[in-house]
Design a protein around this ligand. Structure first.
Ligand code: CUA
Length: 361
């Protein structure tokens, strides 16, 4: 065994095991035979391994494994690169430390040595100490350097330009609200829980929450990192979806009873489809209802968090509906505080239909 390794083992354990090995062994008082003890130990190790295996399967199966989703936006790519660098560095350290631990535990186990056996007293080893100071410093320096190199790619909104470059960025106001996401487009149109964007266009997000609301957090993993939606504050982020398709996200700040229902999606489309889809979504009272109302209210069937709406006269009474959604009632948050008359009217068109269908059936 190399002297450096023996020295390290001795330092960790405070004993000179290599020498202790050759000492005469004292007979031990035995409570159980070595074979029984060995079997108990093997049983414990097997149980621990089985437990780890049982937990590993669901962890690997959830969301397609332990790795982050494929990045579909430049900022998400930078985050992904950082993730993998950290994984490599920490993985290396983990294997090194755990490997050494297991090696020393087995190699220098007590065997039949008496518990009171004292090793020689040891004072330091300069070479080892320099080594275990310098290596971690270098590793941390690599991680810090790489993160600072990648950071502007992640957070610098002004650097992010659309493709082709002559297109202006699309600026969207994002409001996290109990318990839905409200997206306001430059021309004032509004969609709920679904953000529709043109593909390859840089989208700047002003993420916030209304003053009366609570903190939410915006996160669509394939399109970049998390940004808190804080009442009274605006956080800026951006993404550029490089592929047509739908990207799933969720509120990642516990914000109340229906936090789990506060999912959202970004739909990236070609230019013409984008226009027609935005038109459809922003005019859809049903989308609005599904986002702002249906998470707590069933139209038919059992009561969810709030009462089932079937036959409720408020659905077809414009003034009562506006009053209710703008002010809330009891446990119901003011989901429509700040809504324009157009927004109330859009919702009304749908709820009136629900009310009529309910009365007819
Ligand atoms: Cu909003 Cu959790």
């Amino acid at each position: 065994m190399p002297p450096l390794v023996r020295r390290l083992a001795s330092l960790i354990a405070g004993r000179e095991f290599a020498r202790a090995d050759s000492r005469p062994r004292e007979p031990l008082k035995r409570a159980a035979s070595p074979r029984v003890r060995l079997r108990t130990k093997c049983g414990a190790v097997a149980a621990a391994l089985l437990g780890a295996l049982a937990l590993a399967a669901p962890a690997l199966a959830a969301n397609g494994g332990l790795t982050p989703p494929e990045p579909e936006s430049p900022n998400a790519e930078a985050i992904n690169d950082t993730y993998y660098l950290l994984l490599i560095v920490t993985g290396f350290v983990f294997v090194l430390v755990q490997g050494a631990l297991i090696f020393f535990v087995i190699k220098y186990r007590r065997r039949n040595r008496p518990v009171e056996a004292e090793g020689p007293q040891i004072h330091g080893n300069t070479r080892l100490e320099v080594l275990w100071t310098v290596v971690p410093v270098v590793l941390v320096a690599i991680v810090v350097g790489f993160v600072f190199y990648k950071l502007p790619e992640v957070s610098d909104v002004s650097r992010a330009a659309s493709e082709p470059r002559d297109q202006p960025n699309l600026v969207i106001d994002v409001a996290g609200r109990q318990f839905y996401w409200e997206f306001t487009y430059p021309d004032g149109r509004v969609t709920y829980d679904t953000l529709v964007v043109p593909v390859n266009r840089t989208v700047e997000l002003n993420v916030t929450a209304p003053d009366h609301d609570v903190i939410h957090s915006w996160w669509v993993p394939a399109l970049g990192g998390k940004f808190d939606a804080i009442p009274g504050e605006v956080n800026h982020t951006w993404f550029r979806a490089e592929r047509e398709g739908e990207y799933e996200g969720a509120c990642t700040e516990f914000c109340g009873l229906q936090h789990n229902a506060m999912t959202m999606r970004v739909r990236a489309l070609g230019n013409t489809q984008y226009e027609s889809e935005l038109q459809r979504l922003s005019g859809s009272g049903q989308e609005q209802f599904n986002a702002a109302c249906a998470k707590c209210h069933n139209v038919e069937g059992p009561q969810l968090i709030g009462p089932t709406l079937r036959g409720n006269p408020t659905l077809s009474n414009r003034q009562a509906l506006a009053q209710l959604v703008r002010n809330g009632r009891n446990a119901m948050p003011p989901v429509g505080r700040g809504w324009s008359d157009t927004q109330i009217e859009t919702l009304m068109r749908y709820t009136r239909r629900v009310a009529e269908a309910g009365n007819g059936g």
